[in-house]
Design a protein around this ligand. Structure first.
Ligand code: PLP
Length: 406
């Protein structure tokens, strides 16, 4: 039994009102709300176990270090990585990708080398590679998609050349909801001797991910999108790759010894974790992963699939509705426009009805260009959303459309 009422009680914010109406929170792709156990874990650690990690011999430092390293193990289990050495804590997906682009670019790329991306990438999986292009003269190749929002895998194959050094592709589109066949794409990349980075920002909250099955070389995700705190995320990397990559940032924690003549670095994963980590954040992230694991990722996925199908059906009935993204495998996101109503007007008026959606380009301007629009309205679902909330959204859209006479 998926006890939605009980689940909703775990998220105190869902009980609040906005503008005198019950909150309908459908901006989960941007960030998710937090269960009480995650917020409590933050307070509890500050109150009872706060000390800087890895450095102290004293009781509290050892306690905080234990919690921090246990969290790394929780993440390892959650994504089924082989070793906790493969789990690098970062500030989020964006930092994970910047780390990889910088380190990999430094260690393994020359002018004229190529990176394959897709047309549906979030800016955070485009701009770090462009910065590298500016620094090193590397070239970006882009996988196109069809009108349903599915990547063209034949075209993907054709993009490989002798100069291809990396594939970097999103697991799930934050605009279209398309679930890309990353396992198959990883196999193709490997057949060409090329590693692959998968941006898991929008998949980790919605489905079970298994690093050994997916066989991606690198995988990035953010804590705050999976019911954890802001400011903490993960870069997974296969040990054989991470071992060979140069450090990203320099500072405390990541060194073995420092002299003015020579510095030697720590082993994995500490080589990539310069400075004091967000050890309170990692404890809270582990709590969030424990929370979703206790419900079951497969049950969460089934619940959200049902909601998404229901939303596609109900919104699809509204006159003038255009839904973007109708891939065969689609995740918990519905992007749309109605008639010629501007996305910002729709979002602002829905907000007045208590319904939180996102409007604009969703940090995916190249995708907007491909779709031929400047922006969309996006409703995105989480484990706590209900069909009644989808009904409220559909009803809200109809009201707004009526105001605009469409
Ligand atoms: N990648 C995708 C697909 C996203 O949807 C997002 C955020 O919306 C990001 C990357 C960036 O995540 P963060 O801002 O948490 O670093």
């Amino acid at each position: 039994m998926y006890d939605i009422e009980q689940i909703r009680k775990d998220f105190p914010i869902l009980g609040r009102e906005v503008y005198g109406r019950p909150l309908v929170y459908l901006d989960n792709s941007a960030t998710t709300q937090k269960p009480k156990c995650v917020v409590d874990a933050i307070t509890e650690e500050y109150y009872s176990a706060n000390a800087n990690v890895h450095r102290g011999v004293h009781f509290l430092s050892q306690k905080a270090t234990e919690l921090h390293e246990q969290s790394r193990e929780t993440v390892r289990q959650f994504i089924n990585a082989r070793s906790s050495n493969e789990i690098v804590f970062t500030r989020g997906t964006t930092e994970s990708i910047n780390l990889l682009a910088t380190s990999f670019g430094e260690g393994f790329m020359q002018a004229g080398d190529e990176v394959i991306l897709s047309v549906m990438e979030h800016h955070s999986n485009i701009v770090p590679w462009q910065l590298l292009a500016m620094r090193k003269g590397i070239v970006l190749r882009v996988i196109p998609m069809n009108d349903q929002g599915e990547l063209l895998l034949d075209e993907y194959e054709r993009l490989f050349s002798k100069r291809t050094k990396m594939v970097a592709v999103t697991h799930v589109s934050n605009v279209l909801g398309t679930v890309n066949p990353v396992q198959e794409m990883a196999a193709t990349a490997h057949a060409h001797g090329v590693p692959i980075l998968v941006d898991g920002a929008q998949s980790v909250p919605h489905m079970a991910v298994d690093m050994q099955e997916m066989d991606a070389d690198f995988f990035a995700f953010s804590g705050h999108k999976v019911y954890g705190p802001t400011g903490v995320g993960v870069l997974y990397g296969k040990e054989e790759w991470l071992d060979r990559l140069p450090p990203y940032q320099g500072g405390g924690e990541m060194i073995q010894s420092v002299s003015f003549a020579k510095t030697t670095f720590q082993g994995l994963p500490f080589k990539f974790e310069a400075g004091t980590p967000d050890y309170i954040g990692t404890t809270a992230l582990a709590k969030a992963l424990d929370y979703v694991s206790a419900i079951g990722m497969d049950r969460i996925a089934a619940h959200e699939r049902e909601l998404t199908l229901y939303a596609m059906q109900e919104l699809g009935r509204i006159p003038g509705m255009r839904i973007f993204g109708e891939a065969g495998r689609k995740d918990a996101v519905v992007s749309f426009l109605v008639g010629d109503i501007h996305h910002l007007d729709m979002g602002t008026l829905l907000d007045r009805l208590g319904i939180a959606v996102r409007t604009g380009h969703h940090c995916a301007q190249p995708l907007m260009e491909r779709l031929g629009v400047e922006g969309t309205v996006r409703a995105s679902f989480a484990l706590y959303n209900t069909k009644a909330e989808v009904d409220a959204l559909a009803e809200g859209i109809r009201r707004v459309a009526k105001m605009f006479g469409s």
